[in-house]
Ligand binder design. Sequence first.
Ligand SMILES: CCCCCCCCCCCCCCCCCCCCCCC/C=C/C(=O)SCCNC(=O)CCNC(=O)[C@H](O)C(C)(C)COP(=O)(O)OP(=O)(O)OC[C@H]1O[C@@H](n2cnc3c(N)ncnc32)[C@H](O)[C@@H]1OP(=O)(O)O
Ligand SMILES: Cc1cc2nc3c(=O)[nH]c(=O)nc-3n(C[C@H](O)[C@H](O)[C@H](O)COP(=O)(O)OP(=O)(O)OC[C@H]3O[C@@H](n4cnc5c(N)ncnc54)[C@H](O)[C@@H]3O)c2cc1C
Length: 664
Amino acid sequence: MEGVDHLADERNKAEFNVDDMKIIWAGSRHAFDVSNRISRFVATDPVFEKSNRALMTRKELFKNTLKKSVYAWKIIKELRLSDEEGIKLRIFMDQPGFLDLHWGMFVPAIKGQGTEEQQQKWLSLANKMQIIGCYAQTELGHGSNVQGLETTATFDPKTDQFIMHSPTQTSSKWWPGGLGKVSTHAVVYARLITNGKDHGVHGFIVQLRSLDDHSPLPGITIGDIGMKFGNGAYNSMDNGFLMFNQFRIPRDQMLMRLSKVTREGKYIASDVPRQLVYGTMVSVRQTIVSKASDALARAVCIATRYSAVRRQFGSENGGIETQVIDYKTQQNRLFPLLASAYAFRFVGEWLKWLYTDVTQRLEASDFVTLPEAHACTAGLKSMTTSATSDGIEECRKLCGGHGYLWCSGLPELFAVYVPACTYEGDNVVLQLQVARFLMKTVSQLGSGKAPAGTTAYMGRAQHLLQCRSGVQKAEDWLNPSMVLEAFESRALRMAITCAKNLSKFENQEQGFSELLADLVEAAIAHCQLIVVSKFIAKIEGEIEGKGVKKQLKNLCYIYALHLLHKHLGDFLSTNSVTPEQASLASHQLRSLYSQVRPNAVALVDAFDYTDHYLGSVLGRYDGNVYPKLFEEALKDPLNDSVVPDGYHEYIRPLIKQNFPSAKL
Ligand SMILES: CCCCCCCCCCCCCCCCCCCCCCC/C=C/C(=O)SCCNC(=O)CCNC(=O)[C@H](O)C(C)(C)COP(=O)(O)OP(=O)(O)OC[C@H]1O[C@@H](n2cnc3c(N)ncnc32)[C@H](O)[C@@H]1OP(=O)(O)O
Ligand SMILES: Cc1cc2nc3c(=O)[nH]c(=O)nc-3n(C[C@H](O)[C@H](O)[C@H](O)COP(=O)(O)OP(=O)(O)OC[C@H]3O[C@@H](n4cnc5c(N)ncnc54)[C@H](O)[C@@H]3O)c2cc1C
């Protein structure tokens, strides 16, 4: 029935003020206002229609993305939207495209690695989008191993130019988004060679295409790398390949904030850490963590609303059946994901603070917190994107068969989201960076250098290695210090076991290779501790709104205790909890699920997503699922005619057993 809220009963059950929770979710009243206004604007503008995306050909989808992106840019300019509003517009437009790489990587790379002069020249063009840029780092043969890149930039003192060259097929740039068909420029990462000496990987601004007719400049071979996973989905993006054949650029197009090449070809390295050349990746990894909560929240919103609408079994005397959300198994799969969406939101807020702090310090030439910022952005990017990808797929299964329909919104969400486990650093490779950081921290324990920030707990190693959890009854698992101690002790003990095992190897690098799997587990334990501790810090802070804090507390402990349950092997083998304490945690979890149950729909309403953004028949705000599923089915081109194309050619001859005789 149109106009009826099929979820009204669910909404009436809520024990907290949803509008107050919306502010907490958004981060502030201002952020909520912006998000709410822009999402509704996008939802009502026909140019941003997206329900027809899956049936588009690749070319149609690409052109549709161009149209939307340019229209979005026009709106940003004409309505003088702020950066914050512009970014929200892009998010609610919900279609990956070249804007992401231009604003998300090309512009930041120039800001972070260009001199004042270079910024003035290039950003004035880029900020007006008179040039369109991308980030060309990965090559066919090397992605994770940035130091292994093969593209060369050789300085030619005769002409004061760099010669960009792709010496092998594997050195072709391969993957950069926006490169294939749109970008006029790129920040290209290549090995800098002066006077025959290789100085490692540096960034260069390179023009790729003519600004008059868009044709590739001579010496450049460029194109799209082809269809990717899923129909529609990330295929809106023109991920590209690029080869240089002795292509020349002026010397002043090397990004020279971190190191320089003089007119004479002398290489001058500055005294800042060389890793700052990776700065753009660190900034995007930070953004990806906040976006993880957004993607997971979308999937959870769909699965929660649908689980409240969907009924199976349990009918007595012909009465109505049980809502599937009332099954404990459904709750046990769904509510931890709901809790994770909130957890990732809060750790994302904290990471943004950490990133802003390290950026300010770097500007003042203080590099002390850089290793921690790198470890946190890498580890949390890895942990949250892996959990989100798995979570979206779990939400699809939580929706049963209908979750597999395109119009559930979940297949496309998964297809668009899952490469987040790979881009901006493969998730395993990134956790190994965290592991290196942890091993270094452990090796310095007792040296007088007290661990700080997220590793401060390691400073209490003596206590954490000996302590036994004090949990005696299920309610003790609602005590923040008991929960934290269990997570700290598990993380520390896993890290120390790895360090001890490493020390048995004469060659540390060989030892590291042997122990990779254990090291990744230790790194994940550390990252989970960070998320749990930031969630606890959030609920211990000031939170306004009727009943809001209570709900967040429930979600916080669900998040922590479901991790305990999931990684029980770690907790038991490190003696961080006993089997009895683990079973008390399960008991407490069940009780928390019961408390969340009446609030579940309201907790996903707090995300304030429009039906346009959700793009899901199953997740509709009004819960009017079944008539809309029919409507969607009838829109399919196969239903344009009653008798399908191909009937006369194939079906009829088959039924009539009337096909021409086969010849081998
Ligand atoms: C006017 C207003 C306008 C506004 C309008 C706006 C409108 C439009 C809005 C548009 C919206 C934009 C928003 C978009 C936001 C983006 C969202 C996401 C979308 C993403 C799209 C996908 C794009 C994908 C891009 C990519 O994938 S780029 C390529 C990424 N590649 C990688 O990540 C490679 C991974 N590999 C590495 O990073 C490194 O190789 C390595 C870290 C694995 C190893 O490096 P290396 O070999 O050098 O290091 P070692 O292991 O030897 O370590 C040496 C020491 O260095 C430390 N280290 C390493 N890395 C770093 C680092 N980054 N920082 C600091 N330190 C680092 C190590 O820890 C070692 O330290 P030690 O010596 O102490 O041990
Ligand atoms: C959708 C998408 C968009 C992208 N956009 C861009 C872009 O705009 N610009 C750009 O430059 N790049 C881009 N990339 C490339 C991306 O950054 C790389 O794919 C990513 O860094 C992973 O590198 P790889 O492909 O070389 O993986 P590989 O390193 O080849 O990984 C293959 C496997 O090897 C494992 N492995 C690798 N090294 C190790 C190790 N040391 N120890 C243990 N295991 C290891 C990995 O875990 C993985 O399982 C994009 C990629 C995708 C999928």
